[in-house]
Design a protein around this ligand. Structure first.
Ligand SMILES: NC(=O)c1ccc[n+]([C@@H]2O[C@H](COP(=O)([O-])OP(=O)(O)OC[C@H]3O[C@@H](n4cnc5c(N)ncnc54)[C@H](O)[C@@H]3O)[C@@H](O)[C@H]2O)c1
Length: 254
């Protein structure tokens, strides 16, 4: 799909990989709606790229319905959905004192990363499939954001890895489900990227993380994620696939 002139939704667009992707889509001529639970951040990023910033909690149906309606009003129904919002956590299933991890912690991460992504996807795609097909029969493209933790989850990453593994597993059935409408679905599984989360770590920790990556021996740049996300939109044959973007990193147990 030619990105120029298309209406696009980017969840988690206020920060990190989402912000870089919103910028890249705008640079390629898309009309971008930045959805984030950080309303100020979404508004600021949208102002920078000439898009629209909308407060949205991806886990809330009401919130997503409202944000999608506002985005549609401003730009028309979206043909591009970038599911990038997510949260991380690390917690061993049994603590040092022998007490079990709170169930709520596990549920919160799965609810945001997996259920939230499904929630935005189901609501956005219901609008997408009503759009006219483009010349090649295509109506839309959906990109989800997993993590290499879906494959090489580390100690304490049970919730995060399960949530991202759910996205990996959901990719093919979503692509199969939506093929009849000409909607493609791919998932990116990033390795270690230099977003605000990692940028806050002390320099020696960043360097030791970077040293674990075979090549290039540095943290990924958010622009590299954005480049792949945009390439997926532009490449009609990419569908139902999960792509690791990790410099050949395989995470150690801890
Ligand atoms: N940075 C990395 O190295 C890395 C590696 C693998 C996967 N990822 C994944 O990439 C995505 C982006 O990560 P990032 O590093 O840019 O993180 P980030 O914290 O910089 O950005 C995430 C954004 O999502 C938003 N968000 C969180 N919960 C939300 C909700 N319920 N509703 C709406 N917005 C919500 C946050 O407000 C934030 O702006 C996440 O899904 C993360 O799991 C990141």
């Amino acid at each position: 799909m030619n990105i120029h002139g298309q209406s696009a939704i980017v969840t988690g667009g206020a920060s990190g990989l989402g912000a870089a992707t919103a910028r890249e889509l705008a640079r390629r001529g898309a009309k971008v709606a930045v959805l984030d639970r950080n309303a100020d951040g979404a508004t600021a990023l949208a102002a920078e790229i000439g898009g629209i910033g909308l407060a949205c909690d991806i886990t809330s149906t009401d919130s997503v319905v409202q944000a999608l309606a506002a985005a549609r009003e401003a730009h028309g129904s979206a043909r591009i959905l970038m599911n990038i919002a997510g949260i991380g956590t690390a917690r061993r299933i049994v603590g040092k004192d022998g007490s079990p991890a709170p169930l709520e912690d596990f549920q919160r991460v799965v609810n945001v990363n997996l259920v939230g992504t499904y929630n935005v996807t189901r609501l956005a795609v219901a609008e997408m499939i009503k759009l006219d097909a483009l010349a090649d029969g295509e109506r839309g493209v959906i990109v989800c954001t997993a993590s290499v933790a879906a494959f090489d989850g580390q100690v304490g990453q049970e919730a995060y890895a399960a949530s991202k593994g759910g996205l990996v597993s959901m990719t093919l059935p979503l692509a199969r489900d939506l093929a009849q409408f000409g909607v493609r679905v791919c998932t990116i599984a990033p390795g270690l990227f230099l977003t605000p989360l990692l940028a806050e770590l002390p320099q020696p920790v960043q360097e030791s993380l970077a040293a674990s990556i075979p090549f290039p021996k540095r943290l990924g740049k958010p622009e590299e994620f954005a480049h792949l996300a945009a390439s997926i939109v532009e490449n009609l044959s990419l569908n139902g696939e999960v792509i690791r973007l990790d410099g050949a990193l395989r995470m150690a147990p801890r």
